[in-house]
Design a protein around this ligand. Sequence first.
Ligand code: SF4
Ligand code: SF4
Length: 250
Amino acid sequence: MVIAFDPEDCPPNCSRPCEKVCPANAILLEELSTGDQSPCNSNASSKLQGGVVTERCYGCGRCFPVCPYDKIRAKAYIRDSISTCELLKRNDVDAIEIHTTGRRIDLFEELWHSLGNSINYVKLVAVSLPDMGNLTFSTMNTVYSIMKSRLGYNLWQLDGRPMSGDIGRGATREAISFAVRLGGMKERPHGFYQLAGGTNSHTVDGLKKLGLFQVMVFSVIYFDSSSSLSHLILNLLVDSSLSSGISVKL
Ligand code: SF4
Ligand code: SF4
């Protein structure tokens, strides 16, 4: 899913919260003056131009609730494996995120094999999957076994509430309960872990209440420009024994 709207349909004086909230800079707007702009013309007007950069939108849903005029719509966007391979081989993508429900491993395997050697061009593969209860770790192990022969770094993005837009206190409860269960498990599949869907500004307070929040200070984080992972984002530490690290967005 990606989002779409017609910028010319937006009020030109909108404060553009959609643009500000997007973590992927996928909404780019500018105000364009139209008509006679001379000071004596009281009919000077403007309109918005630009819109959604579909290639960057990853359907997180954050922009939906912030639009005061209900202009934003979701639309299906299917990028086939051939065009995905071509995109990866351009060698300007650091990381790829694969969403799976975990219920159709055969489809995951099909997708993975269809990506072929193009996967070697990315530094990190993130797999996003929901809380599957007792099946979560066995599913992750199966997914990892499919990927491991052609894998650099891998990240598990574990969604307490998938595609929640991460807004609101309610969305974080499921993320935290997922974190509590993860923290209690001993044999965890290989990779970095990130609590994803449902994490927001309420999550830290919730984790603190349960004694699950801790801060790790990285004394030096340095990547040179030729080899860097281009964007670093916060990784929540769930408990002292849980793997931690950095995660990457496109
Ligand atoms: S759905 Fe998420 S990534 Fe896409 S434009 Fe909206 S905020 Fe940005
Ligand atoms: S917030 Fe809504 S109305 Fe305002 S620019 Fe974004 S899509 Fe248009």
